[in-house]
Design a protein around this ligand. Structure first.
Ligand SMILES: *Cc1c(COP(=O)(O)O)cnc(C)c1O
Length: 378
């Protein structure tokens, strides 16, 4: 048998077309935000079916920008799930707001609308949902809550570009939706992010925020033939480069095929793991088109860490997404949060394991993962 190589939990797909697209930009006049960014923004807006898409330098910048457009500030509470990457909650802290953690549904591990409702106070300004593993949340219930309590609905769709709920693409299920283009995400720009919205007002604020809070960008000034510009709020340099956008554009052409491939591979896992009693996949909501950014299973009998070590010994790059945000040292210190705040997320976090899943994975690779799990002594 051939020597076993390292199998990562996720990785990018880059082909010659992607490489040529980036090289073309290197030979052009624009390296930073230019024509390729405009094309990429339009392509993402068309792909998800929203009016505006604003490109930024990372998924984290997209969250910071979206929370800014939602006018989050000191004293404002934003309700979000604890089972996410720290960047989701950090965006609220950047603005002096308070992240309020609402527990998750035990079957899907998505934010539970009933738990959200229980956390609403007069200070609540927004809900920030996370499409964990690529499965869209129950946006119908969340939208209903947002309407009734006059809250903004934000979505961290870092995992779910290309996923949908009731035939509606992620990107049009919330007032502001953020995407990440980190290499393990559904498509990559190296680093990059995007905010999708139907609101022209939000889009204008996002464009200004990513460019130092300056009211005109360089291209607009050039068109007007004027040196005038005015900084009207405190913004950042969160611009995406044309190099990144060219890669994103080229990647986007392949995204729909990749999602289908991810779904096929997930079905293959489901079937192959069905006979192993200590392993259970997450439940699917009705009516979702799952993006399968991650293939997450729950490991029974307190065996997760032993199975994790076993698979790593077999050079299989399993991972845990995520340690609950409220239990990180910084959150304990700044919010005083501790065990018991979100018991469902806390117990799920002891059992979850992400198995390798990416479009370039083969069915033999999955067979190798399944065989390694089968050889584990419980
Ligand atoms: C990846 C990720 C982010 C951050 O995106 P970056 O592009 O790495 O800044 C935020 N939230 C979630 C849920 C993510 O998975």
């Amino acid at each position: 048998m051939a020597a076993k190589t390292d199998l990562p939990y996720g990785r990018q797909q880059i082909d010659e077309e992607d490489i040529a697209a980036v090289v073309e930009v290197l030979r052009s006049d624009w390296l930073t935000t230019g024509p390729k960014v405009l094309i990429f923004e339009k392509a993402i807006a068309d792909f998800v079916g929203c009016r505006h898409a604003v490109a930024v330098s990372s998924g984290t910048a997209a969250l910071h920008a979206a929370a800014t457009a939602a006018n989050i500030g000191p004293g404002d509470e934003v309700i979000l799930p604890p089972l996410t990457f720290v960047a989701t909650a950090n965006a609220v802290l950047y603005l002096g707001g308070t992240p309020v953690f609402a527990d998750i549904d035990p079957a899907t591990l998505l934010i539970d609308p009933a738990a959200v409702e229980a956390k609403i106070t007069p200070r609540t300004k927004a809900i920030l949902a996370v499409d964990y593993a690529g499965q869209p949340c129950d946006y119908q219930a969340l939208q209903e809550l947002a309407m009734r309590h006059k809250l903004q609905l934000l979505a961290d769709a870092s995992h779910s570009l290309g996923a949908s709920d009731q035939e509606q693409a992620c990107g049009r299920l919330a007032d502001l939706t953020t995407f990440s283009f980190h290499p393990v995400k559904p498509l990559t720009c190296g680093e990059g992010g995007m905010v999708a919205t139907d609101s022209a007002e939000h889009a204008e604020r996002l464009r200004r925020f990513r460019n130092h809070g300056i009211n005109l960008d360089f291209r607009q000034r050039q068109q007007r033939g004027s040196h005038y510009y005015d900084m009207v709020e405190l913004g950042y340099n969160y611009r995406m480069t044309d190099l990144q956008a060219a890669l994103g554009n080229s990647q986007l052409k392949k995204l729909s095929d990749w999602i289908v491939r991810r779904q096929q591979l997930a079905a293959f896992y489901d079937q192959a793991l069905a006979a192993i009693s200590g392993i259970r996949p997450l439940a699917l909501r009705q009516s979702v088109g799952h993006g399968y950014h991650l293939y997450v299973v729950r490991v029974a009998n307190g065996q997760r860490d032993r199975l994790f070590d076993w698979l790593r010994q077999h050079r299989i790059g399993v991972n845990v997404h995520y340690p609950p945000v409220h239990l990180h040292s910084y959150y304990r210190q700044t919010l005083g949060s501790k065990e018991g705040l979100c018991p469902i997320a806390e117990s799920a976090a002891q059992e979850i394991l992400s198995l390798p899943l990416f479009p370039g994975l083969s069915e033999q690779d999955i067979q190798r993962v399944v065989e390694a799990i089968e050889s584990f002594s419980w």
